[in-house]
Design a protein around this ligand. Structure first.
Ligand code: SF4
Length: 471
């Protein structure tokens, strides 16, 4: 069963003074938000700072501790938080902290190529439904076997980009050379293994850095190493059970990820209650095929492992076409299933609309809004876009379910005040709401109601061939 918090249980451990320092007017309101995991309990500064609440603070921290701990890599504001998972499946509550994606570089790259690639990772962004989708980290692999090269490469990256670092070497001496330079930026140490764990534990303690524990294919060893680190007081751990990508071994990988997550959440096994690391980049070492086939394989393996249950991934390809599906999938998986992605109903201006501009109407499902907006922009016409409240659902579904009606469209247009601004009143209804056109015309005397294309990608063509003749 997912660990569900009750507001009253949190409230009992708060100071109960209603001082408002947390941003809520009452302690009960704050407790409800903590229970919903919408805010961090540490925002209650009296609880955090007043020694008389020390006991309550410890109790509430224990109460809110998620079955999969959160781990911060990097130093704010240049940091990423992974983990903090409370449920197995996103529909049970929601998944927090989207899977962080690190792109690999090596210490054998020449200086310019290394800096260019690191900068390209940092600059990579595209916008979807109003949100920027980005990459999160750089994974520096030591392929030279030389401490000086590894240290120099870590220095170069940290001086040129602000993304958090993952330092990859099994050799503690090589690792420490880099930590001397960038240890104060809390890079992720990768990795402690059966052979080097004592030295890596010492380094993680000394430099106060998170550390990944790697035991490919051996969950008992992984758990036992993690327990040893916890006993030593280190809890900023990431678990790497191994990513095998050849043939049936991908199923074995999925199985291991699922067993670890199930043990953490359903059996509350604290020894494995840490974020999981996947390495889809293993495709480049293990799989066969052309370069494009490997990119495609890396992309779908990343999407699969993100769904089951990778919190951090190392990838190699930096091609837009290979990364875009992964980032879009991440956005979908990590969207709160309780809240449909929506935009505020109202009137939006596209370009510089005037008294002869057309009015498009649509629903407030975020994906619909951004697609329609983009397609009107592509048609190079100035227009008004009136967004009616469809309860965050697409036009076709909301019309079918009577959540978006001709009355709602008419009310949205009337309250926009556009009838006073426009000389010629032309409104374009989405093609998927065509059945509402007659009713809408009756509700909007003086307006001409047109039916637009069924798919918004047809708007540029529609604007050229139909709309211009009407204006
Ligand atoms: S800061 Fe703490 S004590 Fe003050 S209102 Fe918020 S929860 Fe209550």
């Amino acid at each position: 069963m997912p660990k569900i918090l009750r507001p009253l249980d949190v409230y009992k451990l708060l100071p109960q003074t209603n001082c408002g320092k947390c941003g809520e007017s009452t302690c009960m309101a704050f407790a409800a938000r903590v229970a919903d995991r919408a805010v961090d309990v540490k925002l209650c500064t009296p609880l955090l700072e007043d020694p008389k609440f020390k006991g309550k603070l410890q109790s509430v921290l224990e109460l809110v501790r998620p079955p999969v701990k959160d781990v911060t890599i990097g130093v704010p504001p240049n940091h990423v938080v992974v983990g903090n998972k409370v449920v197995m499946y996103r529909h049970e509550l929601t998944w927090y902290n989207p899977t962080a994606i690190a792109i690999d570089v090596t210490d054998e790259m020449d200086e310019k190529a290394l800096i260019d690639r690191a900068k390209a990772v940092e600059a990579f962004v595209f916008e979807r439904i109003g949100q920027p989708l980005r990459l999160n980290m750089i994974a520096l692999r030591c392929t030279s076997g030389t401490p000086e090269k590894f240290a120099k490469a870590s220095d170069l990256i940290s001086k040129n980009v602000s993304l958090p670092l993952m330092l990859c070497s099994y050799d503690p001496n090589i690792m420490e050379e880099a930590l001397i330079i960038v240890g104060n930026k809390r890079p992720l140490i990768y990795a402690a293994t059966r052979d080097n764990w004592r030295d890596m534990l010492e380094l993680a303690s000394k430099y106060k850095c998170p550390v990944a524990i790697s035991a490919p294919g051996d969950l008992n060893l992984l758990k036992s190493l993690a327990a040893t680190f916890v006993d030593a007081g280190l809890e900023d751990l990431i678990l790497d059970p191994g990513t095998f990508v050849r043939g049936d071994s991908l199923a074995e990988t999925l199985n291991m990820f699922t067993m670890l997550r199930r043990a953490a959440i359903e059996k509350e096994d604290k020894a494995v209650g840490f974020p999981l690391l996947a390495v889809p980049a293993a495709v480049w070492m293990e799989a066969e095929g052309s370069e494009d086939e490997k990119k495609m394989m890396e992309s779908y393996i990343a999407s699969i492992l993100m769904t089951r249950f990778a919190d951090l991934m190392v990838m190699h390809s930096l091609d837009f076409w290979a990364l875009m599906p992964v980032l879009v999938w991440r956005q979908n998986v990590y969207t709160d299933p309780r809240v449909p992605p929506s935009v505020k109903p109202g009137v939006y201006e596209i370009g510089k609309p005037g008294e002869m501009s057309p009015v498009f109407v649509t629903g407030n499902f975020a994906l619909t809004y951004f697609l329609v907006k983009g397609d009107i922009e592509n048609s190079k016409i100035d227009a008004y876009l009136v967004v009616a409240d469809s309860e965050g659902i697409s036009v076709e579904s909301s019309v079918a379910g009577r959540r978006l009606t001709a009355e709602k469209f008419a009310d949205a247009i009337k309250s926009s005040g556009l009838d006073k601004k426009l000389k010629k009143k032309v409104v374009v209804l989405p093609g998927r709401a065509a059945r509402l056109s007659g009713e809408l015309e009756e509700l909007l005397p003086g307006w001409k109601v047109l039916v637009g294309p069924r798919d918004s990608s047809g708007i540029p063509d529609y604007a050229e061939k139909v709309l211009k003749k009407e204006l």
